[in-house]
Write a protein that binds this ligand. Structure first.
Ligand SMILES: [Zn+2]
Length: 401
């Protein structure tokens, strides 16, 4: 059990523990547990095996007094694999006033960037993978709870796996309905600005099937690429329609649409038999996140009615909603006051929509700049880390009562 360390020391430790989403996050979870004193915290883990048979772990910790023995998941003392009784009634789900939420995985890093997991401190900044996305905030949580007496607090720490590959851990944890949360702070690099709205993220694939033929005799086949071109133009028009439904908090103030990749055909002199392309959209909150998918399906059906020879399918791969929190809410007001920064909206996806489903008023908040995340320049300003710890400590006293 660790007693105390500066937030900088904790972050240097965390960056040195690789936790790319393809690998297990167990070591980060084990490290975090060292800061959750067993005398104060009841720690529950929610292990699962991912699609590649890698062990992943979500974690929830709350003051022992709040959980008694009712939270699902594996208790600290129980051996891995033991089963714990599930609560049978909704009313029995424990609730907390404030949850500090953070993902434990990072995006990959290139082999020629050894500092990714050997962090460097240069000019008051810490460089390394996860410095701002989002081990910086995790270090702030651990520095906060390491010092805090939580015997009177209604506070939870929620750590998730697999955020960077589609909020997989958060979705699984939500399905367990482990606790109810009144206010949640979800860590992401926001430069310590409280983020009160975020666009969602959605992706789907269109596959167009044609018929191969010698290109000297195109009538003998059907070009999947030309059919794809027709469909792409229709999808472009769906994008124009989406742009008319405005949400002024964002820039740009509407659901954006992108066709990011396309592939098809086998040779310059063969009529292509197949063409596929990816359609991505970022739905503004308040709009049905399935709306664009529905419009694409309608468009495919219409095109096929007009031209029965056209064969195309659309498969959604991922549809995550956006989120929006009332800027007048207590949590937003507190965070604006404590950070000195006004609330903003962001265009990147986060776990916030899932936390909202636990009943939470959710704000995304944390040190660092998302523009350096996912790059070899990833860094965080140490002074921002320290300010974040102060904000979280005060927030724990003002909200977690
Ligand atoms: Zn992140």
């Amino acid at each position: 059990m660790r007693d105390s360390a500066s937030v900088t020391e904790i972050l240097l430790d965390l960056i040195a523990i690789p936790s790319v989403s393809s690998a297990s996050n167990q070591a980060v979870i084990d490290y975090a547990r060292q800061w959750l004193k067993p005398s104060q915290w009841d720690v529950r883990t929610f292990p699962y095996t991912d699609l590649n048979a890698v062990e992943k772990v979500n974690l929830i910790a709350a003051p022992s007094r709040l959980l008694q023995d009712g939270l699902p998941g594996e208790a600290s003392a129980s051996p891995v694999g033991s089963s714990v009784a599930r609560r049978s009634r909704e009313d029995d789900i424990p609730s907390v006033e404030l949850a500090l939420v953070c993902h434990t995985d990072t995006v990959p890093y290139p082999a020629d960037w050894p500092e990714a997991v050997h962090p460097k401190v240069i000019n008051g900044r810490i460089y390394g993978r996860g410095a701002c996305d989002v081990k910086g905030f995790l270090a702030c949580i651990l520095a906060t709870v390491g010092d805090l007496d939580v015997s009177e607090q209604s506070l939870a720490v929620v750590l998730t796996a697999d955020e960077e590959i589609g909020c997989v851990g958060a979705k699984r944890l939500l399905a367990e309905k482990p606790l109810r949360v009144r206010h949640a702070v979800v860590g992401e690099p926001t430069g310590l600005h409280p983020v009160v709205a975020g666009k969602g993220y959605a992706l789907g694939e269109v596959v167009v099937r044609g018929k191969a033929a010698h290109s000297a005799f195109p009538q003998a086949g059907r070009s999947a690429i030309l059919d794809a071109a027709t469909l792409i133009d229709s999808i472009r028009k769906i994008g124009l329609r989406a742009a008319t439904e405005r949400h002024e908090r964002f820039e740009p103030p509407f659901t954006t649409l992108n066709i990011g990749t396309i592939s098809g055909g086998t040779a310059k002199n063969i009529v292509p038999a197949e063409c596929r392309f990816l359609v991505e959209w970022r739905p503004v909150p308040g709009q049905n996140e399935h709306w664009i998918a529905d419009l694409i399906c309608e468009e495919l059906a219409r095109a096929q009615r007009e031209d029965p020879g056209l064969q195309a399918t659309f498969e959604p791969i991922r549809i995550d909603p956006g989120f929006e929190t009332d800027p007048q809410s207590k949590l937003v007001g507190e965070l604006e006051g404590l950070s000195g920064n006004a609330a903003v909206a962001v265009a990147f996806g986060t776990e916030a929509p899932y936390l909202k489903k636990l009943g939470a008023e959710t704000v995304v908040f944390g040190p660092g700049d998302m523009k350096t995340a996912h790059s070899v320049e990833e860094n965080v300003v140490i002074e921002e880390l320290e300010r974040c710890v102060q904000v979280l400590k005060r927030l724990a006293y003002s909200l977690a009562k």
